[in-house]
Design a protein. Structure first.
Length: 222
């Protein structure tokens, strides 16, 4: 007599929703916190969820003023071409461990950001006047759960996702908390060496005064 091979217990059916967002003003750098609710509809006890979240900007899913369109030309080209060029932008991919729960739980996803103006996402945020930034969060990962056969291992389906509209005011507050009204500009080493030498030759005490002096010359100011 052949005994049937025991079937694995059906895993949890996980659902995800981003409920709110804030930022950590005491972090080493700008860190966006997305408050994520993770729910299971089967009543299974989840021991641990090793979650991977890919956060994207969906620029097509909002309207833009004429001034915003003008500032975003460097990213997307002329507005008439946006149907082809206004594509999703990768913001970050982060990993989070979710502890034991049954039913649902809430966890913070910490998304490190940058104020480097050479990064496309920074130029996009800076180009907006107000409103919200449409985000799409795609999930994957591994889930460890309890069953009658013991602890089982399953995967988070690739189709699981959540949307969120991030207020641009929150992004500005986050950058102000860390950079206090300044901006970062990356320059090639050769250009930086020339600029440093010119600043020394002009005996200028700060980089702000150095850039202002160069701009004044370019504009023909006395």
């Amino acid at each position: 007599m052949t005994l049937p091979f025991p079937r694995s217990a059906p895993g949890p059916a996980l659902r995800f929703a981003v409920e709110s967002a804030d930022h950590d003003p005491h972090a080493m750098g700008p860190t966006l916190r997305l408050r994520l609710r993770v729910a299971d509809t089967t009543g299974t006890t989840v021991h641990t969820l090793a979650l991977r979240a890919q956060v994207r900007i969906e620029p097509r899913k909002r309207r833009y003023s004429e001034a915003e369109q003008h500032r975003l030309v460097e990213l997307f080209g002329e507005p008439g071409d946006w149907a082809r060029s206004c594509n999703p932008m990768q913001l970050a991919t982060v990993s989070t461990l979710v502890g034991t729960f049954t039913g649902d739980t809430v966890v913070d996803i910490e998304v490190p950001l940058t104020y480097d103006v050479e990064i496309a996402s920074t130029r996009y945020f800076r180009g907006l006047d107000d409103g919200e930034v449409p985000l799409l969060v795609l999930f994957s990962g591994t889930v460890f759960y309890r069953s009658a056969q013991g602890v089982q291992v399953g995967l988070v389906p690739w189709h699981e996702e959540a949307t969120f509209r991030l207020p641009i005011a929150l992004w500005r507050d986050m950058m102000a908390a860390h950079y206090a009204g300044t901006a970062w500009l990356a320059l090639p080493e050769y250009t930086m060496s020339r600029l440093t030498a010119w600043r020394a030759a002009q005996a200028l005490p700060s980089w702000e005064q150095t850039i202002d002096a160069l701009l004044s010359r370019a504009e023909g100011a006395p």
